[in-house]
Write a protein that binds this ligand. Structure first.
Ligand SMILES: NC[C@H]1CCC[C@@H](CNc2ccc(C(N)=O)cn2)C1
Length: 246
């Protein structure tokens, strides 16, 4: 997958997307992320990329010219003839969730445009953006962190990025439910022990315990997810048992 990130602050990405799994994915050639600095495309002699908002008000708005020129130069380097999926993050966007990541992970190319200050001129959104996305109901200083979050979520779904030991298939099996608790060595840490079923070697029992914990945690923390999940008869019995207990 080829990802192009148009931003005023490429350095913001050097941390999160240059370590561990995402770094390995790039080294393995499964993912190619390029950061393009919008400021390199301004035609203002003072390198301006923002200006005062028409109609007055606080803050500055990113001007359209550098972004349009940066975008047009960037998409020339892409292979697909059709306009690439172009994502802009803002609190106004459609709330991001795993299904959107799964769908985006199928794309060959993605372009992200990072807003800053009070945002970008609306003509950028109207003409260039295909998806305006929000990662939650809160305001950040810029679109860079949400873009890093979205890239991370998508990258781990690209085949080969996660080693077999971190299979996300398991998550998809639990799709819609919250994950069961994880334990590792030592079995007794400062007197805190690990549930004994996990040592039974009885994989059927372990699976049942994990599924039951998932249902319990989901019922307590996100009952809204229970409605949407695919439940077996056993699941329904367990849920009723939990409900009767609390
Ligand atoms: N008017 C403020 C707003 C204008 C446009 C640029 C954003 C950058 N900040 C962001 C971006 C996204 C999110 C989110 N929830 O996904 C939060 N914050 C700030």
């Amino acid at each position: 997958m080829i990802i192009k990130v148009l931003t005023l602050f490429p350095e913001m990405f050097q941390g999160p997307l240059n370590v561990s799994i995402i770094k390995n994915a790039q080294e393995k050639g499964l993912l190619d992320i390029e950061y393009i600095n919008i400021r390199d495309f301004t035609d203002s002699k003072h390198k301006k990329v923002d200006d005062y908002p028409y109609g007055g008000g606080a803050g500055m708005v990113m001007t359209p010219q550098p972004i349009f020129d940066c975008y047009e130069s960037t998409i020339k380097t892409l292979h697909s003839s059709s306009k690439p999926r172009t994502i802009y993050c803002s609190p106004k966007g459609k709330t991001f969730h795993q299904e959107m990541a799964i769908e985006m992970a199928k794309e060959k190319e993605l372009v992200f445009i990072c807003g800053h200050y009070e945002g970008v001129d609306q003509r950028v959104i109207d003409e260039l953006i295909t998806d305006e996305i929000s990662i939650g109901d809160f305001v950040l200083t810029g679109g860079e962190l949400p873009v890093a979050v979205i890239i991370d979520t998508i990258a781990r779904l690209i085949p080969g990025v996660l080693g077999q030991q971190e299979s996300f298939q398991e998550e998809s099996f639990y799709s819609g439910l919250l994950e069961y608790p994880h334990y590792t060595r030592p079995q007794n840490f400062r007197g805190l022990t690990v549930p004994s079923v996990l040592f039974s070697g009885n994989h059927k029992e372990i699976e049942k315990w994990r599924r039951k914990k998932s249902l319990e945690i989901t019922l307590h923390r996100r009952p809204d997810l229970i409605e949407k999940a695919e439940l077996t008869e056993e699941d329904k019995k367990n849920i009723n048992a939990f409900k009767n207990h609390c």
